[in-house]
Design a protein around this ligand. Structure first.
Ligand code: FMN
Length: 255
């Protein structure tokens, strides 16, 4: 039936789930190999086996490739110069205050990425240029933009996150590299207008997809993880706004 996803067993036998989870890393540079757009669309459909409360399946998925992708990238090149602060975001990516343990993770994450890129912490121009690469999908040949109904709350956003992770693992299994990108939400209005999205939807994030350029240092970093079974240290809140970059949600920008 039109509109339904038949999700049979995958033909791909690239990686086990455990291997895909262990292999995961955000990929922020892609090589010239063309992606199989039909295979990626198939992944986006199969990922809809992800569970969701009440089976609402609250994700709305737009794909961009080829000429439309080139036009979006051109628009974003212009907008990121004209409106460097972005547009009104539908959601705060981080709370205004972060406890020290979380702030420490943000800082460490930024150090790891910017050290790999050779970008100095104080070099604002280089950092801004790097953040703007988000809006070029880091050079990826394929982009996905995830939307949700504005009226939906945390439960449906949680569902969307589960869908996103399912997509990322299936992409990993299939040999693709990807980066989830909340930075796209900074340009919800313009991107939604460009794509002709209905006004009751809001842009949650993008996903850059392509083949990993393994020669690039930003793709060779390994971010850290703490034991999720241990409670984060410290319970006193510390304002994080002073440590915030002027714009951007990039991990490295947040230090
Ligand atoms: C919802 C979400 C939004 C993210 N947004 C961005 C983004 O806008 N730009 C970016 O470079 N990375 C983004 N990331 C990637 C995270 O920075 C990355 O997952 C984190 O640093 C851990 O590193 P890893 O994915 O390589 O394991 C995002 C990740 C998630 C899950």
């Amino acid at each position: 039936m039109v509109g339904r996803v038949s999700a049979g067993p995958s033909e791909t036998r690239g990686k086990t789930v455990s291997e895909a989870v262990a292999a995961w890393r955000s990929v922020r540079a892609f090589d010239d190999r063309a992606v199989d757009a039909a295979a990626i669309r198939d992944i986006l459909r199969r990922a809809a086996r992800a569970p969701s409360g009440g089976n609402l399946q609250p994700w709305v998925v737009e794909t961009v490739e080829g000429e439309r992708l080139a036009a979006l990238k051109a628009l974003m090149r212009r907008l990121s110069v004209e409106r460097p602060e972005g547009e009104a975001m539908a959601y705060d990516f981080y709370p205004r205050e972060l406890k020290p343990a979380y702030l420490q993770r943000r800082r460490r994450n930024g150090e790891i990425l910017y050290d790999a890129l050779g970008i100095d912490r104080e070099d604002k121009a280089a950092r801004t240029a790097w953040i703007n690469e988000n809006f070029q999908f880091f050079g990826a040949p394929y982009g996905v933009l995830l939307f949700i109904e504005r009226s939906f709350g945390p439960s449906q956003w949680l569902d969307l996150g589960i869908y996103l992770q399912t997509v990322l693992l299936l992409l990993t299994e299939a040999g693709y590299g990807a980066c989830p990108q909340a930075d796209w939400a900074m340009f919800d209005r313009s991107v939604s207008g460009f794509l002709g999205m209905p006004p009751d939807l809001t842009l949650v994030c993008g996903v850059a997809i392509g083949f990993t350029d393994t020669t690039r240092p930003e793709n060779r970093i390994r971010t850290e993880r703490d034991d999720p079974l241990a409670r984060p240290d410290g319970d006193s809140a510390e304002p994080s706004s002073a440590a915030r970059p002027p714009r951007g949600l990039l991990p490295g920008a947040i230090s």
